[in-house]
Design a protein around this ligand. Structure first.
Ligand code: ATP
Ligand code: MG
Length: 422
């Protein structure tokens, strides 16, 4: 027997009714982001590999061991995007956007790929919705992003989410901190995992983001970067906190938080769901400032800040069974005989043009089967037509909620439907 075909491990199909909930969540995301002035950008699913190596950082989990990298037929190394920011920044530079607009607010929605160990809420293809703001250095925009996320989650009915913030400081603050951190970590080398030991010299901050228990324990007592911030970074972070308070965002400072990508500078934040369904995959969304990245990738020096949110994790915490997000059917047209089927076919088209959802059975099914189907589709109204009714230009209209049925003239149909569905 041939092998059973299966989807790639860690890459899931989304089937109805799940997709209905997905679409609802996506629509709400788009609406909230667009209400804040964000415009959509779509970049390719894959990019030249060096883009990710240069932006995310060589010594990160993502670049070291999680990327789907392959040579295309021209022998160039391509990588399925593991995150969205790198491609967006590449596009921002490639199209010289800075020349035509001083501030850009962009958002994207789409799949990302990371070869990770699979768990609930952790997949190899997952969907992110993200925002990037280019051209604003002021701390108020950092806070506005957090407030927008909090508002979005509230809009979606998600409860018990806390916004955690920290600052990674600027380059010079980071140098001082790296020294202090490296000195501390060197005293605990024995307790660190192999990866962290190896990266210690190159990228000590990575240890703070390691999920291995031993490393997490060491990280918990590490010196905090907040104590090593210079004047400018501290002023910026104070500005973020003041704005968060003015916006009444519930937040906490997490002095040990770092992020899994190297390009962050200054403010970083994460929204985490407390308790509930997500388990250890409780980070719904993460982001922060990356003031150096545009220049680092060959563009003009441009302050920037953004975030990415995992839509699978978000959908897990949005209340409501998937079925309840399905739009349901307004009218089902049941018919008997060839004439009646053609009548149903054309009438369904007309009803759809009135703005209603209409469906019919194209097979030669019995009336009983058709009515059962109408019921399963949760149709609000069912039209029943046989040869005689069609000849007499009449049709039966059944209201499924009340179970009442009455005969109406075909010419009054549109008005009757409108009245019944109002
Ligand atoms: P985590 O700490 O959970 O690994 P991360 O720091 O790697 O998350 P980011 O790279 O900042 O996450 O991505 C932002 C968001 O994307 C996360 O908060 C999460 O909701 C989602 N996400 C990241 N990786 C995955 C994955 N493998 N499967 C599903 N969602 C993911
Ligand atoms: Mg991760």
């Amino acid at each position: 027997m041939a092998d059973r075909l299966q989807a790639v491990k860690g890459m899931n199909d989304a089937l109805p009714p799940e997709t209905a909930k997905w679409n609802f969540v996506e629509r709400r995301c788009r609406a909230v982001l667009e209400s804040h002035g964000y415009r959509e950008i779509r970049t390719p699913l894959c990019e030249y590999t060096q883009l990710f190596a240069r932006s995310i950082g060589e010594a990160t989990d993502i670049v070291e061991k999680e990327m789907y990298t392959f040579d295309d037929r021209d022998g160039r190394s391509l990588t399925l995007r593991p995150e969205g920011t790198a491609g967006v920044v590449r596009a921002y530079i490639e199209h010289s956007i800075a020349k035509s607009e001083p501030v850009s607010r962009w958002y994207y929605i789409g799949p990302m790929y990371r070869h990770e160990r699979m768990q609930k809420g952790r997949y190899r293809q997952f969907t992110q919705v993200g925002c990037e703001v280019f051209g604003i250095a002021e701390p108020t925009i950092d806070a506005e992003l957090c407030a927008m996320l909090a508002a979005l989650l509230q809009d979606l009915g998600v409860q018990n989410v806390t916004c955690y913030v920290n600052s990674l400081g600027r380059g010079d603050d980071r140098t001082a901190y790296r020294e202090a951190l490296t000195a501390y970590l060197e005293g605990h080398v024995e307790e660190l995992c192999e990866d962290c030991r190896r990266r210690l010299g190159q990228s000590p901050l990575r240890v703070l983001d390691c999920k291995v228990a031993g490393c997490a324990a060491v990280a918990a007592n590490a010196p905090a970067i907040l104590d090593h911030l210079g004047e400018a970074s501290r002023a910026h972070f104070d500005g973020v906190r003041r704005a968060l308070e003015a916006l009444e965002v519930r937040y906490e400072v997490d002095p040990h938080m770092v992020r899994g990508l190297d390009y962050y500078t200054g403010t970083i934040f994460e929204l985490r769901g407390e308790g509930g369904t997500l388990g250890s995959q409780n980070a719904i969304c993460g982001g922060g400032r990356y003031d150096g990245l545009v220049e680092q990738l060959g563009g003009p020096a441009t302050p920037a800040v953004g975030f990415a949110m995992g839509l699978e994790r978000l959908a897990l915490v949005v209340p409501g069974e998937p079925e309840t997000f399905e739009p349901g059917l307004d009218v089902f047209l049941a018919h008997h005989g060839d004439e009646a089927r053609l009548w149903a076919l054309t009438t369904a088209e007309r009803i759809r043009r009135l703005g209603y959802r209409a469906d019919m059975d194209h097979r030669q099914s019995s009336m009983k089967t058709q009515l059962k189907r109408a019921d399963r589709l949760h149709a609000r109204l069912v039209l029943v037509a046989g040869e005689q009714e069609i000849a007499a230009r009449k049709v039966a209209l059944r209201d499924m909620a009340s179970g009442t049925q009455r005969e109406i003239a075909a010419d009054d149909l549109d008005a009757e439907i409108k009245r019944s569905l109002a």
